[in-house]
Write a protein that binds this ligand. Sequence first.
Ligand code: CP
Length: 336
Amino acid sequence: MKAIEPNSSIATPETFPPPSVAVWQHSHVLDLDDFTQEEIELVLETADAMAEVLTREVKRVPTLRGKTVVTMFYEPSTRTRASFELAAKNLSADTVSLDASKSSIVKGESLIDSLRTIQALGADIIVMRHSQSGAPYLATQHVTCSLINAGDGWHAHPSQALLDLYTIRRHLGTLANLKVTIIGDIMHSRVARSNVWGMTTMGARVILCAPPTLLPRGLDSFIANCQLPNVSIETEIEPALKNADVVMPLRLQMERQQSGLLPSLREYIQLYQLTLERLSLAKPHVLVMHPGPINEGIEISPEVAHGAQSVIEEQVTNGVAIRMALLYLIAGGKNK
Ligand code: CP
């Protein structure tokens, strides 16, 4: 699908001023639950400027020259890790990539000791993925450098949600009043959680669709207690898809699931796979998104994954601009 081109008069990283402290309050990016609409707008506008850099023959600006960005990934990743590393390089930062399986962690070094070591080596920003929910929060209590959560357990994946918001806005112009349907393994999905905060802050309505066993326990009361009138639950896919503007199927996260949550994979596919026939219930302009990795033929049919409505590859591309924007803003927005 063709996206709306960013405004050609947009500022570039060389020209735009540092972020206003009145708008940007974050030393860390841990989730979107503490982001205001203005802060999300600032990230998306900054990403527009970064997207312009990515259209240049030489995709590099000196914005973070002299800064060091360290990626610490304690869980596998393709998209997030590669795009943070590319984003840091495009901004001329020095980058170090720590692979947990080849580090002193295997010799018994604790997370806190590893973080202190990386900080002592001069890290300005640490980008961390960890299987334990809350690990990046713990990390911020032991280091003075900035920290970006690149996905923690079932909890949060803020840069993924921001690139999802950015992709939607580039196609549909706004998030306000859109119906966004997220289908599948909601229980184990940090992407769904961060998107609920980000999308509702930007004015969208979010439908969480899953079999009852793949919805977080107590989700009903959580929605009521947090007063989230724009979030609802649907256990059948057809009503969830009706008139949707955006549909996002999710992978079944077998690595996190206990056994017995699904009667069988075949039944799940029959009842919840996003097929062309089901997609026809959504609005004609519907965007099909997926955070990846995709298990084609399970949560999504190949025809839909690669069809005319799919913006899945564009999400990956947009991830670089969003992560450049986050690194720039977290570093204080100072042009070097
Ligand atoms: N969406 C996402 O987090 O993908 P990776 O696991 O490949 O980083």
